[in-house]
Design a protein around this ligand. Structure first.
Ligand code: NAD
Ligand code: ZN
Ligand code: ZN
Length: 371
């Protein structure tokens, strides 16, 4: 049975999303029909609207979300109608080489993520102009959506669906950037560049991993203040101030780990990170830069002679079926702050307003209440 949904659709780079009625096809094979409940305002959606991340348009944006399963295709085994789920912005097929070796973040099914369609070239959404894609095979800025069962992780029904939405991208990406990608060890000095939705969770991850000092660099004052709640020991407005501080804290050695979670990565930010990190230290690049512009222009002899590591990470190297339940369990035990990440709530028709607020530096995370 086909049904309709109101969804926020991006038609052209440089425009805002438009709310439209779309047709939603019934779920086929391993597909699942979802009634979305909440969706988080991650910077990556804005990167699609400004062209930093290229995607096939038109596309329903939104890739952080929680939902209730309405119906399932005939081959679905992971969930059933009525289940509460977190939507994962990278799917896990469970059987490819990467999933089989515990690296779901690299799942082959994630390769088509910005092409708009689901695995098997399925296009469940359509409007008056034809096929409409879905960001990260989800498109959570919508009342309903059809996704592959590999894109959802079932959660206990008592877990609040508002905070659950945040563990589909921002929380694991930030947390895992510190815990997995930077592999923060007890006693280390860690710098987090950019304390937004991702960076605040890198701060939480670094703190939980036992960092001695977590230094936050963030130009927006209210975010610098909020960072202390999440575990920052000190926060400063720019990398130059951080350098002086870190050199004092480490008797001139530099930070053990530097994590880049700024709005976008630039040659200046990468260079500052490499300069801040100690001999043998690691810089983790989590922030996205435009595919077309170099964001790394670096003095490689110093990286070579000082054995520095520079590495990227998608999703903080998390495996959604392991880490989404684990992060929610930490939240239940009050060892991970999630409610405090939500600065402001919006209705679906206010989604562009939410992104304007993010651009203005007013949000840690905005949350869209779908239903
Ligand atoms: N690697 C991944 O899997 C992944 C997943 C999600 C998001 N991202 C990317 O992570 C980045 C952050 O996303 P977000 O949702 O947290 O965005 P955000 O806007 O909430 O946070 C970015 C923060 O960086 C700050 N900032 C800007 N310039 C800075 C500078 N020069 N120095 C220090 N801080 C600076 C901003 O004030 C802001 O608080 C984006 O590029 C996003 O696309 C990557
Ligand atoms: Zn995201
Ligand atoms: Zn896989």
């Amino acid at each position: 049975m086909t049904r309709t949904t109101t969804a926020a659709v991006l038609h052209r780079v440089g425009e805002e999303m438009r709310l439209e009625e779309l047709d939603v096809a019934a779920p086929q094979g391993r597909e699942v029909l979802l009634a979305y409940r909440y969706a988080g305002l991650c910077r990556s959606d804005l990167h699609v609207t400004d062209g930093t991340i290229a995607g096939r348009l038109p596309m329903v944006l939104g890739h952080e979300g929680s939902a209730i399963v309405e119906a399932v295709g005939p081959l679905v085994t992971r969930v059933e109608p009525g289940d509460h789920v977190v939507c994962s912005f990278i799917p896990s097929c469970g059987t490819c080489r990467w999933c089989a070796s515990g690296r779901q973040v690299l799942c082959d099914a994630g390769a088509a993520t910005m092409r708009g369609h689901l695995p098997g070239e399925s296009w469940p959404l359509s409007g008056s102009g034809g096929r409409v894609g879905a960001m990260c095979q989800l498109g959570t800025f919508s009342q309903y959506g059809v996704v592959h069962e590999g894109s959802v992780v079932r959660i206990e029904s008592h877990i609040p669906l508002d905070v659950a939405a945040l563990v589909g991208c921002g929380v694991p990406t930030g947390w895992g950037s510190a815990v997995n990608a930077a592999a923060v060890h007890p006693g280390e000095v860690v710098v987090v560049l950019g304390a937004g939705g991702i960076g605040m969770n890198a701060v939480q991850g670094a703190r939980a991993a036992g960092a001695r000092e977590v230094v936050v660099v963030e130009p927006v004052e209210f975010k610098r203040d909020a960072a202390h709640l999440f575990g920052a020991s000190v926060s400063v407005a720019d990398a130059a101030a951080a350098r002086e501080l870190v050199m004092n804290l480490t008797v001139g050695a530099g930070a053990d780990k530097v994590i880049i979670t700024t709005s976008t990565n630039t040659p200046e930010i990468s260079a500052a990170a490499v300069d801040l990190v100690a001999k043998g230290g690691t810089v983790v690049i989590t922030a996205m830069a435009a595919f077309t512009e170099p964001a790394l222009v670096l003095p490689t002899p110093m990286i070579t002679m000082l054995s520095k590591t520079i590495r990227g990470t998608a999703y903080g190297d998390c495996s959604p079926t392991r880490d989404i339940p684990a992060l929610l369990a930490l939240h239940q035990e009050k060892k991970l702050l999630l409610d405090e990440l939500i600065t402001r709530r919006y209705r679906l028709e206010q989604v562009n307003e939410g992104y304007r607020d993010l651009e203005a530096g007013e949000l840690l995370r905005g949350l869209v209440e779908i239903a």
